[in-house]
Design a binder for this molecule. Structure first.
Ligand SMILES: O=C(O)C(=O)C[C@]1(C(=O)O)C=C[C@@H](O)C=C1
Length: 259
């Protein structure tokens, strides 16, 4: 069954910031949306799930297993179960192990307030290719830009894009002297770095810590970073700078960065 503006949608975690964003998008497209949040209304849940074309789990990764256990008995062969967690290997495992019906993993690569940029969503097939295709085309109709990947490729990339971004930012700020009056020495480029880190550290730190723990590639990313810090400690910044230039040259290069 393909998803259309007439399809009934259930959003669990609807009062969370991302859940609320998806509720709004589906409603604007005309979809009837039934909202659930913590604590789950177990009297309403079975009927809503049975009549839904899509059950979208917008719950923390730590709650995934328990929430899937409550939803799974009411899923039908025509209902797609999907999540929006920032890692994909573990949530897909939680969904697949407790169901026999269509499953799709997704990760919106933006925040609840992101506007004015391409809103990309990583989509990782779980069970039933048609469900992946349907959900991707539904996201496209809502104005998002979905692309398909595997759970492992996703988690590996996000260990660097999100995990290492967080780890290196907190470690860098901790390593910098925490002294009153240091603001006097701020340069524009350092100011931009602190500004870019503000939401991550002041609001999203628990989210990033949870992602780090749940991503199987986190430690390998930290070790890779540490090996480059060792090169810096040996003084070879020329080598590091040359290698880092790959990020700006990669449009022209066929391969990856020179090792
Ligand atoms: O709020 C933002 O602007 C975000 O980008 C949020 C952000 C991120 O910082 O990486 C946080 C978690 C999601 O998995 C995706 C994006």
């Amino acid at each position: 069954m393909s998803l259309s503006p007439a399809s009934a949608i259930v959003v669990i975690g609807a009062k969370g910031q991302m859940g609320a964003r998806f509720v709004r998008s589906f409603r604007e497209a005309g979809n009837p949306v039934t909202e659930f949040d913590h604590p789950l209304d177990l009297a309403r849940l079975p009927g809503a799930v049975r009549g839904a074309a899509l059950v979208l789990l917008c719950v923390p990764i730590t709650a995934m297993k328990d929430v899937v256990a409550l939803v799974a008995p009411h899923l039908t062969q025509t209902t797609i179960l999907a999540d929006i967690c920032s890692v994909k290997v573990q949530p897909l495992r939680d969904m697949l192990s407790q169901t026999t019906t269509p499953v799709v993993g997704t990760h919106p690569l933006f925040g609840p307030e992101t506007l004015d940029v391409e809103l990309r969503i990583a989509v990782t097939p779980g069970r039933d290719q048609e469900a992946t295709d349907n959900l991707s085309s539904c996201f496209r109709d809502l104005g998002f830009s979905p692309f398909t990947t595997t759970a492992d490729e996703h988690d590996k990339a996000m260990a660097y894009i999100q995990g290492l971004n967080f780890v290196t930012t907190v470690a860098y700020l901790c390593a910098s002297p925490l002294e009153n009056g240091i603001e006097r020495f701020f340069t524009p480029s350092f100011g931009r770095r602190v500004e870019a880190a503000t939401k991550m550290i002041t609001q999203d730190a628990p989210l990033f810590s949870t992602m780090f723990e749940a991503n199987p590639h986190s430690l390998e990313a930290v070790r890779a970073f540490r090996s480059y810090l060792n090169v810096a400690a040996g003084g070879d910044l020329e080598l590091l700078s040359q290698k880092a230039l790959w990020w700006w040259r990669k449009q022209h290069d066929a391969g990856g960065p020179a090792s």
